[in-house]
Design a protein around this ligand. Structure first.
Ligand SMILES: [Zn+2]
Length: 400
């Protein structure tokens, strides 16, 4: 038996008027999930423990079977693992986004966060800017590491786990009250703006109608993670297929394999075929028992507040991932179980994550169930099946 998770990051949502009061998941054309849903167990699962912040970090830890209340030590340390940052026990890892701040206002604290992703700037361009900041601000206490696109890492040696605000939670708002209380971190953010605002690369970006990447924004501080081995915990060899450093980092920390897929970028036009192939190869040729396919696009489209693109990201998940994946697994002759779910909702109305429960679909190629329900928030809710502790859901996938 082979086991697969297909996770649509931020895929869950609320009923939306322009979609006839349906959610994007219920509205989207999803022929493959519609077919499978009638042969699957449907239910709701609480991935985010009550009281914890809704994020891809806590939620994906839970879906992989790690109780976030026990294993979560901050977001950035997990990402640091994936980019190979050598963390000491006394180090604090901090996510360093390069964001777009408004440029009109004089006073730094009066500026607004216009875009947490600087128009999803490329890793190459962002590395040039981060190197400029590093030249002027790095020392033996503060070290910068290049990640992916706008997502990078700062290591603070001998630091503290200070409370910081995620930029995608305050889009459009003045930054004053959200700046770090720590004087040095605050100073470095303001200095980074002075270094980047007139950088030639940003002058060029503005000319091309792209948001300038003009400020380092620090958040998601945490200590070195201590995840137990996934294989020891489940008896299964697992492979992670994701473009996002956070997921790769969780996999590295859990001792899972990490597939490298050319052109996988966490966007709407990622390399879907390459991700499916990597998962099927791992399961049918490389001796893996479990594959975790993570798709970032629905979350990004939720943060952008774009209904049309969120619907399209779900349709792509269905036709470019679920369809080909099931077809290839059926052709391989392997029995398999497939779990499809989001990690948390990212409703387009609020443009950020919520801690609400999410719908799941559990398909078994050897013994399908029979009913007429489709896979969406409302119908999964109507089944009455509810997994209160999200980190236990994977036990259903691996159940014999
Ligand atoms: Zn997420």
């Amino acid at each position: 038996m082979k086991y697969i998770v297909v996770l649509g990051d931020g895929m869950a949502d609320e009923p939306i008027a322009v979609l006839g009061d349906k959610t994007p998941l219920a509205w989207a054309e999803t022929p493959n999930m519609d077919r499978l849903s009638r042969l699957s167990e449907l239910g709701m699962v609480q991935t985010i423990p009550r009281g914890m912040k809704p994020g891809s970090d806590t939620a994906n830890l839970a879906v992989l079977g790690y109780d976030p209340e026990k294993y979560y030590s901050g977001r950035s340390p997990l990402e640091a693992l994936s980019i190979g940052v050598p963390m000491k026990d006394t180090d604090i890892a901090i996510r360093c986004n390069i964001v777009t701040l408004s440029e009109e206002e004089e006073a730094f604290e009066e500026k607004r966060v216009l875009d947490h992703s600087s128009s999803e700037i490329s890793t190459e361009d962002c590395a040039v800017l981060l190197r400029e900041v590093e030249k002027q601000l790095a020392d033996e206490t503060y070290q910068f590491y290049v990640g992916t696109s706008y997502r990078h890492c700062l290591i603070w040696s001998g630091g503290e786990v200070v409370e910081l605000t995620a930029p995608h939670d305050i889009l459009g708002q003045k930054i004053g009250q959200y700046l770090p209380k720590d004087r040095k971190l605050r100073e470095m953010m303001e200095r980074s703006y002075q270094i980047l605002v007139n950088h030639p690369l940003n002058i060029e970006r503005k000319k091309n109608g792209l948001n300038p990447a003009n400020c380092c924004w620090f958040w998601g501080a945490g200590t070195k993670p201590a995840l137990s081995s996934f294989q020891e915990k489940t008896g299964k060899r697992g492979m992670m297929v994701s473009a996002v450093d956070l997921l790769k980092g969780i996999a590295v920390g859990a001792g899972m394999g990490v597939a490298y897929v050319e052109g996988a970028n966490g966007g709407l036009n990622t390399n879907y075929a390459g991700k499916v192939e990597a998962a099927v190869n791992a399961l049918t040729r490389e001796g893996y028992d479990f594959a975790y396919i993570h798709l970032e696009a629905p979350d990004e489209m939720g943060h952008q507040g774009n209904v049309e693109k969120k619907v399209r990201s779900i349709e792509y998940l269905d036709t470019k991932v679920i369809g080909p994946l099931v077809e290839k697994m059926e052709k391989s002759g392997e029995d398999f179980r497939l779990l499809v779910l989001p990690d948390h909702p990212t409703p387009v109305r609020v443009r950020t994550h919520t801690p609400d429960s999410v719908p799941y679909m559990l398909y078994d190629s050897t013994g399908p169930q029979r009913h007429d329900w489709n896979y969406n928030e409302e119908e999964c809710g109507n089944t009455g099946i509810f997994v209160a502790e999200g980190y236990r859901l994977i036990d259903k996938l691996f159940a014999v």
